[in-house]
Design a binder for this molecule. Structure first.
Ligand code: F7E
Length: 328
């Protein structure tokens, strides 16, 4: 039975990936941070078979301990401070966790692997945010990176360091450049979940407006459950490499609002939505759309869930969750 170690186990990707690996018969371990982490219970409830290790991406010795105790064949580094807007206010902590955390993970893997650097396969969660002010449309693995936030700069550091460790030490280290991926497990600070939750609350009479930022931003949004499969496929390849994972379709925040409000029978959302500058970013990424040809051709990966279906399922989930909360 292969063993996998996942950082970021409490996030949507960590949970979907743990479920996928457990289904495949893996022994799954996760790194969890902090004393009395409130998300520990969520992990225990969702994936009870996962073995948890205390550790922090900023603390190399804790990662080495997790590595020694779990003896993984595959390591998935999904842990990060991942909210782009937050990264301007907390640039140091974002750099330490999202950037230097990758260095700590690569070092922990390298030291654990010892004489045979390729014996532990490593996945780095890189991000489409690295393309920032896009230099080519759609974006591919070779597109020039132009990060626009402290978060994106930290991701670029982690991305190049992963490539550097592969080239320097012969490690089996792959990087997945994942475009936005969402689900009912997404945190409510991200735009898709903010909208699905807000629309559900408006429909149920629990709120009367949704305060938003830039409605013209465009993204390539896919389903997180599909994207974790691409992560796993990357680590099954004989040779490590970098892959764009995307749907190839671009939608605006306005399209997102159209679909989410229509799902609860509201055709004109204008009376319910207000824009506020508090939600604008110092430097915006206006549009992102990925070309996942390499993932399709080499990994045989393609997305299953489309944008409409994804947003409708999130609204449906939030209607049920919000009515439960309102009743209790
Ligand atoms: O924003 C605009 C906002 O926060 C999407 C992370 O997983 O994907 C995510 O980063 C767009 C932006 O995600 C609101 O300005 C408008 O243009 O959902 P988001 P993100 O910044 O694209 C990448 C791939 C990652 O790697 C990141 O970790 O929507 N927008 N109005 C808004 N965004 C938010 N959050 N809230 C608004 O009210």
């Amino acid at each position: 039975m292969p063993t996998a170690l996942i950082t970021g186990i409490t996030g949507q990707d960590g949970l979907y990936l743990a479920e996928l690996l457990l289904e495949k018969g893996y022994d799954v371990h996760g790194v969890i941070r902090g004393q009395n982490n409130p998300k520990r219970e969520l992990v225990r409830r969702t994936v009870p078979d996962v073995v948890l290790h205390n550790g922090d991406l900023t603390d190399l010795s804790s990662l080495m301990r997790a590595m020694r105790d779990s003896e993984p064949d595959e390591v998935y580094n999904l842990g990060a401070v991942s909210f782009v807007a937050y990264s301007w206010e907390n640039a140091h902590v974002t750099s330490d966790v999202t950037g230097k955390g990758v260095l700590n993970m690569l070092e922990a893997v390298r030291l654990q692997a010892g004489e045979d650097p390729g014996s532990i396969r490593f996945y780095q969660a890189s991000s489409s945010e690295m393309f920032g002010k896009v230099q080519e449309v759609p974006q591919r693995e070779k597109t020039l990176l132009w990060p626009r936030s402290p978060y994106a700069v930290a991701k670029v550091y982690g991305h190049y360091l992963t490539i550097n460790y592969r080239e320097s030490y012969g490690m089996h280290a792959s990087s997945g450049i994942l475009f936005n991926h969402e689900s009912p497990r997404r945190g409510p600070e991200f735009v898709t979940r903010k909208v699905s939750r807000g629309v559900a609350r408006i429909k149920l009479g629990l709120a009367d407006e949704l305060v938003m930022g830039n409605l013209d931003a465009q993204r390539d949004w896919g389903f997180a459950g599909d994207y974790v499969e691409a992560m796993w496929l990357m680590l099954q390849q004989p040779v490590a490499d970098d892959y764009v994972v995307a749907t190839g379709e671009m939608h605006s925040v306005r399209d997102l609002l159209d679909i989410a409000f229509a799902a609860v029978g509201i055709d004109d959302w204008a009376p319910f939505v207000r824009s506020h500058e508090a939600y604008l970013r110092p430097a915006e990424v206006d549009q992102l759309v990925g070309d996942a040809t390499k993932a399709r051709e080499v990994l045989g990966w393609k997305p299953r869930v489309g944008f409409h279906e994804l947003i409708e399922s999130m609204v449906e989930h939030d209607l049920a969750e919000q009515s439960r909360i309102a009743r209790s």
